[in-house]
Every structure is written in structure tokens, then in C-alpha cells.
Design a protein around this ligand. Structure first.
Ligand code: AMP
Length: 586
């Protein structure tokens, strides 16, 4: 493994990084002390994410400080101070009370990055209900599955998304009692079976007292994908906020005058932990852009909003790299102080490109839905070895482990040896369950470790290097996709006998979803059928999840027990050795 050239951290700091002395801070760190940075509910009545994010600032000196600046697709800007955010989130908490939505009930949002999403999230947490964001690019099937599994009681969505993706599902969702609609042109809605969000908000009081909240009360439900089975709902509790807050400080280096832009959608855990919670608990200003990626638009936002800390993802960085340095040079980006990336491996060229384009490298960090917050990071004061994910944050014990022949786990102590990345449980944003799936949850633990499902190595200096997934899960443009979810939909088409789905390497998106399909008797593998299947999958799954390529095969390789061997499909696709095929069906 080579890590040259090292990108030296600058020592001419404009502001001294919070994690300026890794060794010292790590050895003196405790989660108890981190908790002291937060206020807790007045009267010692527990810990509530929304109180830490909004109310404690709104009742203090940050009342008039800008909390969120929303930039609409067409350039419209809406500003929300901490004080205004308090009023609006109080109103939404009252709306829930009025509708009889109780502590622990699940409130979902299916929407793009609109202000109402952020207000719903925080108002839901104030009511001690559970916030569950859904990615608006999902098609009806992934939406139905996630609403059904989590037994959503309330859904907040837009009028057009409702008509396109939800209305037809209502009959199959008996738990879904209330659908609150945000009108497309901010106009009142009058759709049967729904209520108008704005009308309810206008009727509600802007005062709300958060009830006692146990730090272990459930707060967030984030869906993620496994290799097999249905999507998994990772459960997070209110005290996760301790990790959100402190990782915002240590890994993203938030300082009080920062203007922070997390480009992630809240439908993905990053967009909630760092797109909503962490910047607010730290009392800084967040930018929210409604539009999708566009290099020119992004540079304009960085410049005009004077973004100082920017958290984005490798796919976006690679797309910017494609557009070259010319467009960057047109902008004054001197306000940018810290650049970070997450979600997929960040290739060394991208780290270095940050240096060329912005005068600063991208700092990669690693975490996942289950960990709730950043675990391993290239922090501001550290020399970067491009391609490495960095080092475990204070409070986080990470190890490389491998399975023993007796079925146990042993820690790999030698450097440079590949194994599974494992974490010692105990940090506050650790998931507490997969919703209603105790067995799947238990399977994630062995030998006192949480097993992440990622393969990695550690070098002699304690830097961690990502190697790949230990399972068949696909990462495309930062989205985790379970092959089973895609295969199940393809199998619903009348022509499909078998389906096997893999991630095919792609220079920009890292992987794209590719499906292999064998057909039932009487169907021919024509281009027309291929197109029909693509359209079928897209309509059901949405553009993000649906396969970008479909290939017909006479039959798919299977184990003797009938399981489709995705590993083999992938090896064949890539022209790689097929490995152990002893279980291959005769
Ligand atoms: P998600 O739960 O959707 O956020 O996906 C988490 C997975 O994304 C991890 O288990 C990794 O496989 C991958 N991932 C996240 N961050 C990184 C990173 N910095 N480098 C490599 N892979 C990453």
C-alpha cells in the first residue's frame, strides 16, 4: 500500500482546529464529558435532540442568529433564525399533539429538500415522536416497503409526490392515519384523505413545552439495505445528539461563525445527522439547497453564501473534477476553510484535486447508517494520506477483525492485513435495533464488537483504509442499495424467471446497478423486452434504485441450495477469477 504523497495539514490555521492534538484529546475524552457540552432539558428532565438543536439557542444569545438558509431551485431564498425555527417547530409539535400523535409514533417525510422537511423533523422530535425521512427519488415500491415496515402513522409529503407515489398505496398501509400535504406552489391543498400542512400550522400555537425525554427514547428511524431481505430500519435514540454534536466539532471542525453546507439529502442519514442536527446543536448557520447537483450552481453557492465548511460526497467531487478547474477559478472561494467527504471511498486523485481547485484537500471520513455519526475521519489538523479514511475519532475504538475457525472473532493486530472493520459499541449514536428485527440486529455483533460489513486495513500509524464491502450491497452515487429489493421487483414482471443484481464499477458513481435476468419459457430476449423491463423497474423502484443495465442470460449461476451467486455474476462481468465454485449447482 502506498500513501505518497502525504498532504500535509496546514499549520497557518486561521482558527485552531478543535482536534488539534489527537493523542491528548483522545486519551482525555469521555462521552460523559462530551454530554456536558449540551444543556439537557430544563429541570433535568432528560435530553431531547430538538431542544439541543433549536430551543437552547432560541432562548439564548443566538435567538436572532441565522440557523438555516434555504435556497430554492429557482433561486428563492428563505432565512430561518433560531428564534423562527423554534416557533415553527413548536407549531408542528402542536399539530402532532392535535392529531393525537403520541410519543414513539412514527412520522415520515417524503419530500425534496424543502423547509417543511426540516421543520417536520425537529417538531416531531419535540413531540417525542420518531422522525423517518424517505428519499423523494424512491419509486412507489421502496416507499411502500418503508412506510409499511415502520408502521408510519403520519406522512408529510408534497401534493405531486402524493399523487405520483403514495395515493395508490394507501389501501395497503392500514397504520397510516394522517397524510399532511405541502402544496406544490405553497398553496392550500384539498385532496381527499389528506390534510393541508399550512392550514394546520397556521391554527397551531407557537408555544410548546417539550415533555421529559429519556436519553434512550427512540428518536430517528433510518432505513438502510442489506444483501437479503427487506430494508432494515436502524433505530436511533435522543442521546445520539451527543455524538452528532461532538463529531460536528471534532471531525467537521465547526467553529461559531461557520457557514456550513452539507449537500446530502436528509433521506440519507448524512443529511439528517449533519444536514440538520449537528450544525444546529453547534449553533452555526446551515445552507440547504433544494436543487440537484450542478457544478456551476454549487460554485456559485459556495461563493455567494461564503461557505466555510463543506461536506459533500465522492460522486459529486468526481463530477466536479470532470468539469475541470476552469469553472472553479471563476469564483472567489476564499471563505472555504474545511472540505470533507463521505459515503464512498474517496480516490486519492480527488483528495489532491481539492488541493488544486480549492487550495485545500478533501478530508474523507467514514461512517454508516448504523453508527449514526462519523467514526473514522481525516480531521483538520491531520496530515492526509490520500485514499485513507483517517483515524478513529476520540471515543471510538475501531479494529480490524477476522473470523476464527471456531466461528469466533479475533482482532488482527498486525498492520496492513485485511479484515472486517469492527467497532466497540458504546458511543451514543450507535443504533439500538433494527426495527422489529431482533435477529438481524444480533447478527451484527460478535466478540464484543459491532461488525460493520466493510473490509478494511489499518496501517502501522493507525490510519484505516477501505477495501470493499463484505457483502453484496451496492453503493451507487452514495446510495446503499440492497440487490434483493431490486431482484424482487424484477421477478414481479411476467417474463422474468430469475434475477440477479450486482454493482458494476463505474468511474463516477462508483457502482451502477446491473441486473442479470433469465426469462420464462415463451419469452425472447429482445431489445424491446429489455426496454420494457427497464421502464417497469424504474416506475416501481424510482430512478436511483432501478437497474441502469439489464442483461439476459439463459440461466443464472446458483448454489446447490438455489441461491443466486451474485459474486459469480460479478466476477464474470469483470473478467475476474471465479473463485470457489464448489457450491455451484451442477
Ligand atoms: P450508508 O449506511 O448508506 O451511509 O452507507 C454506509 C456504507 O458506505 C459504509 O458501510 C461503507 O461501505 C460506505 N462508506 C461510507 N463512507 C465511506 C468512506 N469514507 N470510504 C469508503 N466507504 C464508505
Amino acid at each position: 500500500m502506498s500513501w505518497e504523497p502525504i498532504v500535509k495539514s496546514r499549520r497557518d490555521w486561521e482558527v485552531v482546529p478543535h482536534l488539534h492534538d489527537y493523542g491528548d484529546i483522545r486519551s482525555s475524552f469521555s462521552w460523559e464529558r462530551a454530554r456536558q457540552e449540551l444543556d439537557g432539558l430544563p429541570g433535568g428532565e432528560g435530553l431531547n435532540i430538538a431542544y439541543e438543536a433549536v430551543d437552547r439557542h432560541a432562548t439564548g444569545r443566538l435567538r436572532d442568529h441565522l440557523a438555516l438558509r434555504w435556497i430554492g431551485r429557482n433561486g428563492e431564498v428563505q432565512d430561518y433564525t433560531y428564534g423562527r425555527l423554534q416557533e415553527l417547530t413548536n407549531r408542528f409539535a402542536n399539530v402532532l399533539q392535535h392529531l393525537g400523535v403520541a410519543k414513539g409514533d412514527r412520522v415520515y417525510v417524503l419530500a425534496g429538500r424543502i423547509p417543511e422537511l426540516y421543520i417536520t423533523a425537529l417538531g416531531t422530535l419535540k413531540n417525542r415522536s420518531v422522525f423517518c425521512p424517505l428519499f423523494s427519488a424512491f419509486g412507489p415500491e421502496p416507499i411502500r416497503a418503508r412506510l409499511g415496515i415502520g408502521q408510519a402513522k403520519v406522512l408529510v409529503t408534497t401534493e405531486s409526490l402524493y399523487h405520483r407515489k403514495v395515493e395508490a398505496l394507501r389501501a395497503s398501509l392500514p397504520h397510516l392515519q394522517e397524510v399532511l400535504l405541502v402544496g406544490d406552489a405553497h398553496k392550500p391543498t384539498n385532496v381527499p384523505g389528506t390534510k393541508d400542512y399550512y392550514w394546520l400550522m397556521a391554527e397551531a400555537s407557537d408555544r410548546f413545552a417539550i415533555q421529559p425525554t429519556d436519553p434512550e427514547d427512540m428518536a430517528l428511524l433510518h432505513f438502510t439495505s442489506g444483501t437479503t431481505g427487506t430494508p432494515k430500519g436502524a433505530v436511533h435514540v435522543h442521546q445520539a445528539v451527543v455524538a452528532h454534536h461532538i463529531t460536528g466539532k471534532l471531525a467537521l471542525d465547526f467553529h461559531k461563525e461557520d457557514i456550513f453546507w452539507c449537500t446530502a439529502d436528509p433521506g440519507w442519514v448524512t443529511g439528517t445527522s449533519y444536514g440538520i442536527i449537528a450544525p444546529l446543536t453547534n449553533g452555526i448557520t446551515s445552507i440547504v439547497d433544494e436543487a440537484e447537483f450542478d457544478a456551476d450552481r454549487w460554485y456559485r453557492i459556495l461563493e455567494e453564501q461564503r461557505v466555510s465548511v463543506w461536506y459533500t460526497a465522492p460522486t459529486a467531487i468526481r463530477m466536479m473534477m470532470k468539469a475541470g478547474l476552469e469553472p472553479v477559478r471563476k469564483h472567489d472561494l476564499r471563505a472555504l476553510r474545511f472540505l470533507a467527504s463521505v459515503g464512498e471511498p474517496l480516490n486519492p486523485e480527488a483528495v489532491v484535486w481539492g488541493q488544486q481547485a480549492f487550495g485545500r484537500p478533501f478530508h474523507d471520513n467514514w461512517w454508516q447508517t448504523e453508527t449514526g455519526g462519523i467514526m473514522v475521519a481525516n480531521y483538520a489538523a491531520m496530515d492526509i494520506r490520500p485514499g485513507s479514511m483517517g483515524r478513529p475519532l476520540p471515543g471510538i475504538e475501531a479494529a480490524i477483525v477476522r473470523k476464527t475457525s471456531e466461528g469466533g472473532i479475533e482482532v488482527v493486530r498486525e498492520p496492513e492485513v485485511q479484515g472486517e472493520l469492527a467497532l466497540r459499541p458504546g458511543w451514543p449514536s450507535m443504533f439500538r435495533a433494527y426495527w422489529n428485527e431482533a435477529e438481524r440486529y444480533q447478527k451484527c455483533f460478535a466478540g464484543g464488537f459491532y461488525l460493520t460489513g466493510d473490509l478494511a486495513k489499518r496501517d502501522k500509524d493507525g490510519y484505516f483504509w477501505f477495501v470493499g464491502r463484505a457483502d453484496d450491497v451496492i453503493k451507487t452515487s452514495g446510495h446503499l442499495i440492497g440487490p434483493f429489493e431490486v431482484e424482487s421487483i424484477l421477478l414481479e414482471h411476467k417474463a422474468v424467471a430469475e434475477a440477479g443484481v450486482i454493482g458494476k464499477p463505474d468511474p463516477v458513481a462508483m457502482e451502477v446497478v446491473k441486473a442479470f435476468v433469465s426469462l420464462k419459457d415463451g419469452y425472447e430476449p429482445t431489445r424491446e423486452l429489455q426496454r420494457e423491463l427497464m421502464g417497469f423497474a424504474r416506475a416501481r423502484l424510482g430512478a436511483v434504485v432501478a437497474p441502469k443495465e439489464i442483461e439476459f442470460l439463459p440461466s443464472l449461476p446458483k448454489t446447490r441450495s438455489g441461491k443466486i451467486m451474485r459474486r459469480l455474476l460479478k466476477a464474470r462481468e469483470l473478467g475476474l477469477p471465479e473463485g470457489d465454485t464448489s457450491t455451484l449447482e451442477g
